[in-house]
Structure formats: structure tokens, C-alpha cells
Design a protein around this ligand. Sequence first.
Ligand code: SAH
Length: 217
Amino acid sequence: MRLRYVKNARELIEGNPRLIFDNKLNEKIDIDNIFSIKQPIHVEIGIGKGKFIYTLAKQNPKINFIGIEKFDSAIVKALQKVIEEPLENLFLLRADAMDLSKLFCSNSFDRVYLNFSDPWPKDRHAKRRLTHYKFLKMYQELLRINGEIHFKTDNISLFKYSVESIIDYPMEIISINYDLHSSDNNYNIMTEFEEKFSKQGFKINQLIAKFKEEQNG
Ligand code: SAH
């Protein structure tokens, strides 16, 4: 994602240990320690500038949210929102999705959001797609029973790939929508990419799925 270089990104990140856990040691994160209230935990992987997770956290104080992003240049924008108006139930983590099983215990989360994930169109890069079997296996480990994956993208190739990957896993599809904005969905919170691509006329696809019960932890 193209972002203006934020000059003091590192300082902002390092100056906010409660909000950004830049876990260089790959120690497990003690979730109970970061949130004052114990309640369901929803995470978004690849938050970009963080509008989606910030809005969601503000609207849902009875859920704890963790926003994960691998690039300083993106997460620092989300951090700026948090600095302006902190939210008790939102924690930001600068990390690569690949490392999440090293950073969190099994059965930690109730929901994973993936919004407009990088498509990695070349076949040889398929393993980097956040809906590749390898990542689904990791989400299964990290999610509690009945935990869900909520995925949105404008990219139809990535969407088709993801539907197949999820069916083959096998996971159970709860809902699938090839034109989210044409249906009745007042609850939908648009991400930055969603606003941009839907304005350009691209349809937004959404998939909600869960692991079959006998598969969980
Ligand atoms: N969700 C935002 C941004 C989408 S762009 C929106 O919809 O507007 C995809 C984002 O995912 C980028 O910010 C990218 O840095 C981040 N990302 C890609 N791969 C990642 C990974 N493996 N771990 C964490 N973040 C990742």
C-alpha cells in the first residue's frame, strides 16, 4: 500500500508500548494483561491505516480488538487515531501474520478479519496469500470453537482462490456475497481500500466461514 512516509513513525511506535507491541523476542503475548476487561477477541490482519478496526472497536465496546499490521508506515496512521482518541478495547500489534502462532497461544481469538489482503497473483507466491492452507491451519489453531473468518476483497481472483481454499480445507461457509454493497448490510464498515475500489466501480466480495466443530483445539 502506498503511504506518505511518516517521519517520526519509529518514535511514535516505540513511545506507545501499550498500543504497539513490537515483539522482537517472539515471546507469547499475554492477552489478559493487555485488556482490562476479559471479553471476546476479534483480530484484523493487515489493518492498513486502521479505519475499519478503529470504527469497529468504537462501536463494540464489549469486544476486544487486536489490529495487526506488518508495516510501520501503515500502522503509524492507525496509531495516530488511537492517540487522538484512545479506546480501552483496541490494541495494535506490528507483526507479520506469519509469526502469529509464535506470538499467541492456541484458542486465543473468536474472530479473524481479513480485508483487502494482498492478492499475490503469481502462482509461485500462493503460499503468501492470507487464505492459503498454511494460514487457515494457523487461524484454526488460534481460534476458539465456532470462531469465524470474515474476508472481504474486490479482487475476484483472490476471492475465488480463497473460496476454494476454504472449502478444500474443509471449512464451513456461513455466507458468501459477490456484491456486498448491493445487498442490505447497514452493519458493513468500509475499509480504506473498500472505499477506493468501490468508487472505481469494483464489486466487493465477502465470505464468512468457520471451522467445523470437531476440528477445533
Ligand atoms: N485492510 C486495509 C488495508 C488493505 S492492504 C484496507 O482494507 O483498507 C493490505 C494490508 O495488509 C497492507 O497494509 C499490508 O501491509 C498488510 N499485510 C500484508 N501482508 C501482511 C502480513 N503477512 N502480516 C501483516 N500485515 C500484512
